[in-house]
Design a protein around this ligand. Sequence first.
Ligand code: TRP
Length: 331
Amino acid sequence: METVLSGIRPTGNLHLGNYFGALSNFVEMQNEHNCYFFIADYHSLTTHPTPKDLHGNVRQVLVEYLAAGLDPEKSTLYVQSDVPEVNELYLFLNMNAYIGELERCTSFKDKIRQQPQNVNAGLMTYPTLMAADILIHRATKVPVGKDQEQHLELTRQFSNRFNRMYSVDYFPEPQAFNFGKELVKIPGLNGSGKMGKSEGEGNAIFLADEPEVIRKKVMKAVTDSGPTQHNQEKPEVIQNIFQLMKVVSTPDTYNYFDERYNSCSIRYGDMKKQLAEDMIVFTEPMRERIKAISADEVYIANAARIGREKARESASKTIREVREIIGFRNF
Ligand code: TRP
């Protein structure tokens, strides 16, 4: 059994890309591994959200994680800021993190370009906070996308450096985790290769989207003027629609439209209508659960409490041991 840990920055509603890329795998993983799933609200402070946005976004992710099937009893599902031990490890790790290696980080360089008016120290030490998240539970597997690999590499650096500095074999070398299978790529609806919140209006289908909204977005999806030769290769925008159909529709439906495409008799309008209806059916159970959970403050508070207690138990043990290793002693 591995200790798996995943963090998500709270940006509000989750979309089908989040679901197929990570969430559906998390739900399965809960039964096999010791799982920690947390909402990285400290990390989101690097871009200065308002207090209302901060809380609302954390709440939405928590509700949707629960609605998708994460079980607070099976896994440890928690909010980062509920676990103050993370800050202490962050401080310790910062003492051994070199400014040079933090400045060289691609994500930091990108942020400097994106928000030149707000190049705060938290942005630069984002990787040490992430390392603290991972090492506080001594996690060994971290499901992350390509964009986070460099952060994970730094985590291994910090971990090894700590072990070397104090001649211990305390922290593990956490590795990226790809769920042992090809990841399903979920394209966006506006021709962009990836479903994402920041990829433009109407690009993403959110788990909480109402049927009418799903219909509108799907009907607006980018297509082309249609195939002119039998069995011709599909251009990217068309592949995108087919890929979405592959994940929410039945194989029969998919094959029907595939044949229609290959024989140049496809009508994209019909295909999109079908795709929208299949998406609505697919997301319905989650949509209903999101509504029910969102209306139940007691359930949410209880889930957060269970997560907090389990996370703090694990985190405080690590902090106790790390303080001992570093040389802090009680009087
Ligand atoms: N940096 C991650 C992201 O932007 C979120 C994150 C924070 C995270 N702490 C983590 C992911 C620890 C994995 C492990 O997506």
